[in-house]
Design a protein around this ligand. Sequence first.
Ligand SMILES: *Cc1c(COP(=O)(O)O)cnc(C)c1O
Length: 373
Amino acid sequence: MPDRIPMVDLKEELRLIRTPLLEEITEVLDSGDYILGEKGKKLEEMVAGYVGASYGIGVANGTDALQLSLASLNVGPGDEVITTPFTFFATGETIAQVGAKPVFVDIEEETYNMDPFKLEEAITPNTKAVIVVHLYGKAANMKEIMKIAKAHHLWIIEDACQAIGTEADGKRTGAIGDIGCFSFFPSKNLGAFGDAGMVTTNHKKVDERIKKLRNHGSETKYCHDSIGMNSRLDELQAAILLVKLYYLDVFLHNRKEIARKYTENLHPSLKKPCVATGREHTFHQYCIELDRRDELALELKNTGIASAIYYPVPLHLQKAFHYLSYKKGDFPVAEKASERILGLPIFPMLTYENQNHIIATVNKFIENNGENS
Ligand SMILES: *Cc1c(COP(=O)(O)O)cnc(C)c1O
């Protein structure tokens, strides 16, 4: 029986970058400066530059990046914020956290991202902002969404937590809308050794507001202009991320190569990720769709291969959002995807041998269990 193949193996990555990491970490330890210091500032500049935005604001995690973005735009009670129900919970959660009403719209069947036509239908006089998710690393249809936003004077926040480095029509996600939100949760494509996140923007005012809000609404020590929160990216995580950022393009390239191999070799009856031109995919996840999803997941598990369902319950059917009075059937595309989707292991250090083993195991299951419908 071959070794167990996990969804992500961070220890393999560590072997490659241990030496520069230890150097950077030691520098921070010796500096005596652990919060809001030089490393954090440098990372903000580097990530903003990488993404193509004017400003970067380091925060404690991707969820806070979203919440602070909404707060910086004064989104609150009485406002509606439109997003998709097919995303990680935090996207919808932060809308509720600032006191606004989450409004969901269905996704495109091919890309799992917001359907611009559904977005337009959901706009009301109370709509203030839209959170566009670039799910799995695949760019949403920003061209159409930005047109709609302009016509209706809406703020666009990009949830690019899974999509650092993804390009859409020559720009990188996180620098297309008004604000970009990134998560550096360890398993993300750029991951820290703990929680960390970043906001990117071209608006000077947003930069200034979030830099205050993340630090108790304060610019000068013990003088507080507004009610903020404690949400900073610490120096150790910043130092680690500076090293990892150096490898990001190579790691993204590896992900795309693995995805290409999966797409070429996995059984033709499976639905595979869409890589339409102009809207790139950096494969934070590689998800297939099939009727016998749960049976395949079990078969993979028995063979020592991990798989994962992103996401089994769409946001509009989550208990936490019962108060919004959505029901099953409201977003059929998202609901169908949640019943059929399955993420396969993908990470930069996944070996050829294991890639082949995964492909062979999936294909054998399809051949033995009949065609996918
Ligand atoms: C990871 C993630 C978040 C939250 O990021 P954290 O750093 O875990 O708070 C938000 N949205 C999406 C789409 C994510 O994948």
